[in-house]
Design a protein around this ligand. Structure first.
Ligand code: FAD
Ligand code: NAI
Length: 508
C-alpha cells in the first residue's frame, strides 16, 4: 500500500516538476507589456553586464528610475564555467544569457547601449561612450547624463608590464578568450603532426604552459589535462608521448586562498594527472616561442631559464580598467588607492555622493569573486528600491502636512494627523537599512579527473573537502547558480554530449 502511494507521489511530483519547467519556459518567451522609461524620474546609469550589475538589475524595481545600461557585452557571462569552454566540455553559448531576455521582463523598460564607457565626468555627471562594435550608426552622440551612477565594469587582466604577454599569451576572462584557446590547442596538436616536424618543435608545440596558480589557472590546467586524457590522445595518438601541461606559479604553492589540506590535495592530484607544477617560479619575459622564468631553488639560488611553449595561458589576476583609473584621478579621496574604487559600507564611492561601485572594480575588503559581486549588486537593488520608497513617502508627508494646515475642521485635521503618524512609522522602517555585509558561502574549484576542492562555510566553522563527491557537489552548485532555466538545460545537455560522444576536436 505504502509503495503504491510512494509511486503515485513520485508520479505527481514528476508531472508538477515538468509543468513548472514548462511554465518557466513559456513565461520566459512571453513577457508582459512594459511601461515606457520615464525621463522625468532620476536617471540611474549602470555600467557593465557582469555579476555585480546584473544581480542589481535582477532585483531593481525599474519603475522607480529611468534606468540606462551601458556595456560592450549584450549578454551576461557565467564565468565559473568558462574554463570548461576552452576544451569544448561546455559550448560558450550555454553560459551566456542575452541582457535583452531579462530586461524585457522588468516592469518598466530599460534603455541598453552596447558600448564602452570611455570616460566618466564626475563634476558634469556625464558618461562618455563609444560603440566599439563592427557596425556603426550615423550618430555622433556619445554623452549619457546621470543623476546616479553604478560602476560595475569588472577588471582587466593583470600583466604587471611583463614584456610580450599581451602579444603572445592567451587570457581567460571573456568568451572570445576561451574560443581562442580552444582553437590554439587544436592548432598546436595538428601542427605537431605536420610533415617532417623536428622532435624539439613537436615537444614545444605540445607544451601547454599556464602562468598563475590561482583558481583560474588551476581549473584551466585540470580541464586541459582531461581533454587530453579523455579525447585528444584517442583521436590523435601521435601526440601521446609529448603532450604536457605545466602550471607556473610565483608563490610557494597554488590556490593560496584554499586551506592547506586542499592545496596539498590539489598538488597530489595534479601529480597523478601528470601536470607539472612549477612553484616559486616567476615569469619575467615572454617571446613567441618561449617564456623566461626565474625560479628559486631549495638553496635559495635564483636561476633564469627558457621554457618553450606551444600554448601559453596567462592567468595572473586582475588589474584596473582605464575608465576606473581615470575616475579615481578625478576624486581626491581616491588618490591613495591602487587596486580599485574605495567604497564605504553602503558601496558609495568614497569622495562622491551619487556614484556606487560593485564587483571587481570596487575595493571593499573582499576577494574579487562572483559571489561578492552578486551580493553587492543585490544589496544595491534593495538600497535603491528603499531610497525610491523613502522619497515617495517624504513627498506624501509633505502633501499631507499641507492638507492638515488647510483642513476646514478639527475632525479632518485629526484624520490627517493619524495618516501622518502612520506614514512616519513606515518611513522609519524603510530607512532602517543596515550596511552591506558579505556572507561567504565557501570556495569551490575543479581540479581535473572528475575531482573538485571545496572550502565551505558551515554554521560557525569551515569544512574542507576534495574528491569525486565534491566534484558532483561542484556541478550541482554551479548548475543551480546558472542564470536561467535555459542555461541550466543547455549546460546539462553539453555535459551529457561530452560524456557520450567525447569533446569535439575540430579546430574552429
Ligand atoms: P564582470 O563579471 O567581469 O563584468 C564586468 C562587465 O563590465 C562586463 O559586462 C564587461 O563587458 C563590462 N565592461 C567592461 N568594460 C566596460 C566599460 N568600459 N564600460 C562599460 N562596461 C564595461 N568567482 C567566483 O566566485 N567563483 C568562481 O567559480 C569563479 N570562476 C571564475 C572563472 C574565471 C575563468 C574567471 C575569469 C573568473 C571567475 N570568478 C569566479 C571571478 C568572477 O568572474 C568575477 O569576480 C566577477 O565576474 C566580477 O563581477 P563584476 O560584475 O565585477 O565584473
Ligand atoms: P589570482 O590573483 O587568484 O592568482 C594569480 C596567481 O598568479 C597568483 O597566485 C600569483 O602569485 C601568480 N602570478 C602573478 N604573476 C606571476 C608571474 N609573473 N609568474 C608566475 N606567477 C605569477 O588570479 P585568478 O586565478 O585569475 O583569479 C582572479 C579572481 O577570480 C580571484 O579572486 C579568484 O578567487 C576568482 N576566481 C575564483 C574561482 C573559483 O572560486 N573557482 C575561479 C577563478 C577565479
Amino acid at each position: 500500500f505504502a509503495l503504491k502511494w510512494l509511486w503515485r507521489l513520485t508520479y505527481l511530483s514528476a508531472i508538477a516538476g515538468t509543468g513548472w519547467v514548462a511554465y518557466g519556459i513559456y513565461e520566459s518567451r512571453h513577457p508582459a507589456d512594459q511601461a515606457d522609461p520615464d525621463s522625468n524620474k532620476k536617471t540611474l546609469v549602470i555600467l557593465g553586464t557582469g555579476w555585480g550589475s546584473v544581480s542589481l538589475l535582477k532585483k531593481l524595481d525599474t519603475e522607480n528610475y529611468n534606468v540606462v545600461i551601458i556595456s560592450p557585452r549584450n549578454y551576461f557571462l557565467f564565468t565559473p564555467l568558462l574554463p570548461s569552454c576552452t576544451t569544448g566540455t561546455i559550448e560558450h553559448r550555454s553560459i551566456m544569457e542575452p541582457v535583452r531576455n531579462f530586461l524585457r521582463h522588468k516592469k518598466a523598460a530599460v534603455t541598453f547601449y552596447e558600448a564602452d564607457a570611455t570616460k566618466i565626468d564626475y563634476e558634469k555627471k556625464i558618461v562618455y561612450i563609444n560603440d566599439g562594435s563592427d557596425v556603426k550608426g550615423a550618430t555622433s552622440s556619445n554623452e549619457v547624463p546621470f543623476d546616479m551612477l553604478v560602476v560595475g565594469v569588472g577588471a582587466e587582466n593583470a600583466t604587471f608590464g611583463i614584456p610580450g604577454v599581451r602579444e603572445h599569451a592567451c587570457f581567460l576572462k571573456e568568451v572570445n578568450d576561451a574560443q581562442q584557446i580552444r582553437k590554439r590547442i587544436m592548432d598546436c596538436c595538428e601542427t605537431s603532426t605536420f610533415k617532417d616536424q623536428s622532435p624539439e618543435e613537436i615537444k614545444r608545440l605540445l607544451h601547454m604552459v599556464v602562468v598563475g596558480g590561482g583558481p583560474t589557472g588551476v581549473e584551466f590546467a585540470g580541464e586541459l589535462q582531461d581533454f587530453f586524457s579523455n579525447d585528444l590522445k584517442k583521436w590523435i595518438p601521435d601526440i601521446k608521448e609529448n603532450f604536457h601541461v605545466t602550471l607556473v606559479e610565483a608563490l610557494p604553492n597554488v590556490l593560496p586562498m584554499f586551506s592547506k589540506q586542499l592545496i596539498e590535495y590539489t598538488e597530489k592530484t595534479f601529480k597523478e594527472e601528470t601536470i607539472t607544477i612549477r612553484t616559486k617560479t616567476t615569469v619575467k619575459n615572454v617571446t613567441d616561442k618561449y617564456i623566461e622564468a626565474e625560479s628559486t631553488g631549495p638553496d635559495g639560488k635564483k636561476v633564469l631559464e627558457k621554457i618553450p611553449y606551444g600554448l601559453l595561458v596567462w592567468a595572473t589576476g586582475n588589474a584596473l580598467r582605464p575608465v576606473v583609473k581615470d575616475l579615481m584621478s578625478q576624486i581626491p579621496a581616491q588618490k591613495d588607492s591602487r587596486r580599485g574604487l574605495v567604497v564605504n559600507e553602503y558601496l558609495v564611492v568614497k569622495g562622491t555622493e551619487n556614484i556606487w561601485a560593485v564587483g571587481d572594480c570596487a575595493i571593499a575588503n573582499y576577494a574579487p569573486t562572483a559571489q561578492v559581486a552578486a551580493q553587492e549588486g543585490a544589496f544595491l537593488a534593495r538600497l535603491f528600491n528603499q531610497m525610491a520608497r523613502t522619497e515617495e513617502i517624504e513627498m506624501e508627508l509633505k502633501h499631507l502636512s499641507h492638507v492638515q494646515e488647510v483642513a476646514p475642521s478639527k475632525e479632518k485635521r485629526d484624520e490627517v494627523f493619524a495618516q501622518i503618524k502612520d506614514l512616519q512609522r513606515r518611513l522609519r522602517r524603510v530607512k532602517q537599512m543596515g550596511p552591506f555585509e558579505y556572507s561567504h558561502q565557501g570556495s569551490l574549484a575543479y581540479i581535473g579527473s572528475e575531482k573538485a576542492v571545496a572550502d565551505i562555510s558551515w554554521l560557525t566553522g569551515n569544512f574542507a573537502t576534495g574528491g569525486t563527491l565534491t566534484y558532483f557537489f561542484w556541478r550541482s552548485a554551479y548548475l543551480s547558480m546558472c542564470f536561467s532555466t535555459r542555461n541550466r538545460i543547455l549546460v546539462i545537455v553539453d555535459w551529457v554530449k561530452a560524456k557520450m560522444f567525447g569533446r569535439d576536436v575540430s579546430r574552429e
